[in-house]
Design a protein around this ligand. Structure first.
Ligand code: SAM
Ligand code: SF4
Length: 344
């Protein structure tokens, strides 16, 4: 295991239709889809229960730093700070500073929806953050609002530009593609990546939304994404033989500006190469995005366990990491917690 994703809050200022759908617009989108599929169940958005974890249940910065330090002593090299929306955690730049100072952390990154990035950008850079990934699923203001539940496109675009100006590298942008919602934006988003010299990632919609409204018909398969992009752009495959655990299959544009990657966990699972672990904001270790069980580290962290005992626990959990997810299998069960809680 080389890659640890650390969620630092389960809260979010967005309400993405594929993560925490809440708006009437999102409900209407799913409703039409359910009707079209002649689903006998009328669709209703499940109201989001605002049972965000109270502060006392969240790991403190000291506790997060300790888990990361012990994990790096066992071989973790890459740490990504995520959420929920990581910018909402007070003092996030101080946490980044602490993580950047851990000797084994060779690669420290963060994933953000970008709306509040500008206010923290310089402090994060100064604290030692090198890479940042934004989530931006649309370049059309109205569609952006439908997808995220908020008017934030201008701030996100400004955040991406600022990140490039401040020297974050690479600046990545993730887009989840959803059939009949933003799949018509595939080519414009790829063109944006080329023009702005960005690393763009197209991600398949996964069954991790709070309303359990995911349907396979809404997934735009990676193969289709690639065929459409190849029809439009001169794409050159990136040699990834050195790093088989990478989730994205990557291509550069013929003119050398920008890059695209396709992440297809639903249609082409890459579980066999997975080297990731996830730590939730409330201190649960997850060995897979789709794990049904979580392993609480707080009793160890708050109960006086030594670093050696914590390390033993991490090893024991990693040994039992599941062989793969079961999306598409008859026995697939969606995890109880959503992407915003698990940490994407
Ligand atoms: N709030 C931050 C953001 O949106 O970038 C960080 C957390 S978010 C959970 C991390 C990533 O998970 C985002 O890029 C988002 O697009 C992705 N994501 C969330 N729900 C998803 C789903 N159901 N399927 C695929 N990706 C999803
Ligand atoms: Fe959207 Fe990220 Fe917030 Fe989920 S956690 S609602 S993906 S911004």
């Amino acid at each position: 295991m080389r890659d640890l994703r650390v969620s630092i809050t389960d809260r979010c200022n967005f309400r993405c239709l594929y993560c925490l759908p809440e708006t009437e617009e999102a409900a209407n989108f799913y409703r039409t889809k359910f009707d079209a599929l002649r689903n006998p169940q009328p669709f209703a958005l499940k109201p989001i229960r605002y049972d965000w974890k109270p502060r006392a249940e969240l790991l403190t910065f000291e506790e997060i730093e300790r888990v990361v330090r012990v994990a790096t002593e066992l071989g973790v090299r890459k740490v990504r700070v995520t959420g929920g929306e990581p910018m909402l955690r007070h003092g996030v730049e101080q946490l980044v500073g602490r993580l950047a100072a851990i000797p084994g952390v060779e690669d420290l990154a963060m994933t953000t929806n970008g709306q509040l990035f500008a206010a923290k950008a310089e402090a994060l850079r100064a604290a030692g953050l090198k890479r940042v990934s934004f989530s931006m699923d649309s370049l059309e203001a109205a569609n952006f609002r439908k997808l995220t539940g908020r008017d934030g496109l201008a701030e996100v675009l400004a955040g991406i530009e600022l990140a490039q100006r401040l020297g974050f590298h690479p600046v990545k942008v993730n887009a989840v593609l959803i059939r009949d919602l933003n799949d018509h934006e595939l080519e414009p988003l790829a063109e944006f990546a080329r023009e702005r010299n960005l690393s763009f990632r197209f991600i398949e919609f996964m069954p991790l939304d709070s309303s359990r409204a995911w349907q396979r018909e809404l997934v735009v398969p990676g193969r289709e994404i690639l065929a459409r992009l190849q029809a439009r752009f001169d794409l050159r495959p990136v040699d990834q033989s050195e790093n088989p655990a990478e989730t994205a299959r990557r291509w550069t544009f013929g003119d050398g500006r920008g890059e695209i990657g396709i992440i297809a966990p639903v249609s082409e699972p890459f579980c066999g190469h997975c080297n990731r672990l996830r730590l939730t904001a409330d201190g649960k270790l997850r060995t897979c995005l789709f794990s049904l069980g979580e392993h609480d580290l707080r009793p160890l962290l708050r109960g006086g366990a030594t670093d050696a005992e914590l390390a033993d626990r991490l090893i024991e959990l990693v040994v039992h990491k599941e062989a793969g997810h079961r999306i598409g299998q008859p026995d697939f069960v969606q995890p109880a917690r959503t992407m915003s809680c698990i940490g994407g």
